[in-house]
Design a protein around this ligand. Structure first.
Ligand SMILES: Cc1ncc(COP(=O)(O)O)c(C=O)c1O
Length: 435
């Protein structure tokens, strides 16, 4: 907390990523600054050890300091990492992605998810000659996306979180980005009709922690194509975690373009826009260019991570592990007698508190974060998996949850939640239509 107070003086907002703000956890109890991480765990600057159930906000898929990826990166460092000319790794990674990802015939690179989303939108606008973009989910911080809140400040409330003022986003962009509700195919059809001939792209997170309604994504694809729009799946937070053919393989719907980032390079900055040749090729004539997109650390890390994800069949392991985590936490909840259910897709389990009052539910979630943190488990009331989480993490987390659930049950029974909370209620976390 001492470091954080210093940071607030010199770093506007204190952190670089909103999801790393300590107010998003149990403020003053949850760890704020890490010193190092290995496998499924990190150590904070005070030397406390935590199981990390946030997996580097999703960027860690194999585990921290993975020996295979890190060795490949170390080798690359010895060869120099940035050159005045190109490096064959650019092709090798593109070829690997085209063999793996159903939509991929051509590939471009970037460094962050938001940047790659902006690139995908630029390409879709360039290819179609249209301006408008329909969105569902979170797609980064850039003007094109936050423009959604120019028309009404609540537009992104359910896709991201409420209260985002589009400060600094040109007012002239109002009406260029329009959100649509996940799962409501009629509403999407209506939006496309209302903006006939103007929509460049339908951009969405295909899923996150719930199964899409049957046939929904195939219908989205059909509608987008009927209206001449490019369908873009934002797989930044899903991607190869969900399957060896990405989230698009898991849902069995192939978009025109996909954006991947966090699941591809085990924490090293790297992002990909991959798509059909017809959509990607015209981008050769567009001004889409940056020095660091050729950085070989990201390329080498991504190529190695992809190979390791396949070799270890990481997605299969994560699905299985998530199901076991859900079963263990549900058994513990039943033992303790707390009305909470660990559900959602096994790849991204989350807790549903049975309590119906919204304010009480948020107190329960914060108290859960607080008490789990005290027992060496860092996270939200949801779980981001990585392949280094194993038996020991399952056991320690189940034991911590047993004590934590008992505290929550007591707080509910004798109405002492406020007394038990040692911090303010967690500020609203990224909330998404695609939960
Ligand atoms: C679906 C999705 N798109 C885009 C982004 C933005 O990625 P980045 O934070 O790397 O810019 C995120 C980040 O969480 C994301 O989950």
């Amino acid at each position: 907390m001492e470091l954080y107070h210093r940071a607030l003086e010199i770093l506007p907002g204190g952190t670089q990523l909103i999801s790393r703000r300590p107010t998003r956890f149990a403020y003053g109890v949850s760890p704020v600054y890490a010193a190092r991480a290995e496998g499924a765990r990190f150590w904070d600057v005070d030397g406390h050890e935590y199981i990390d159930w946030v997996s580097g906000i999703g960027a860690i898929v194999l585990g921290y300091a993975d020996p295979v990826v890190d060795e490949a990166v170390r080798e690359q460092i010895c060869l120099g990492t940035m050159y005045s000319i190109n490096h064959p790794l650019e092709l090798e990674l593109a070829e690997a992605l085209c063999q793996t990802l159903p939509c991929a015939e051509m590939v471009r690179y970037a460094k962050t998810g938001g940047e790659a989303c902006a690139m995908a939108v630029r390409i879709a606008r360039g290819v179609t000659g249209r301006d408008k973009v329909l969105v569902c989910g979170y797609h980064g911080w850039h003007d094109w996306y936050l423009a959604a809140n120019l028309a009404a400040e609540s537009n992104l409330s359910t896709h991201l979180f409420p209260g985002i003022e589009p400060i600094g986003v040109p007012a002239a962009l109002a009406g260029t980005t329009i959100p649509f509700a996940y799962g409501d195919i009629a509403a999407l059809g209506q939006l496309l009709d209302d903006n006939r001939g103007q929509v460049a792209a339908v951009m969405m997170e295909p899923l996150r922690s719930e199964e899409p309604p049957p046939g929904y994504l195939a219908d989205v694809a059909r509608l987008a194509h009927e209206h001449g729009a490019v369908l873009v799946f934002d797989e930044v937070s899903t991607g190869f975690r969900y399957g060896l053919a990405g989230a698009q393989g898991y849902v069995d719907v192939t978009p025109d373009m996909a954006v991947l980032a966090k699941s591809i390079s085990n924490g090293y900055p790297m992002a990909v826009v991959a798509g059909r040749r017809e959509v990607m090729e015209p981008s050769a004539r567009m001004f889409i260019s940056s020095t660091y997109w050729s950085d070989t650390i990201g390329l080498r890390a991504a190529l190695t991570t992809l190979a390791e994800i396949k070799r270890r069949d990481v997605p299969a392991g994560l699905w299985k592990f998530g199901a076991r985590l859900q079963a263990r936490l549900n058994a513990v909840a039943a033992e303790v007698g707390l009305d909470v259910h660990c559900g959602g897709l096994a790849i991204h389990p989350h807790l549903h508190f049975g309590e119906t009052d919204d304010a009480t539910r948020r107190k329960l979630a914060t108290l859960f974060i607080q008490e789990m943190a005290k027992r060496g488990c860092h996270g939200y009331a949801s779980f981001y998996l990585n392949a280094a989480q194993q038996e020991a993490e399952l056991e320690q987390t189940a034991a911590a949850a047993r004590e934590t659930f008992a505290i929550l049950a007591r707080g509910l029974a004798d109405r002492s939640l406020d007394d038990l909370l040692e911090c303010d209620v967690q500020q609203e976390h990224f909330r998404r239509l695609v939960k």
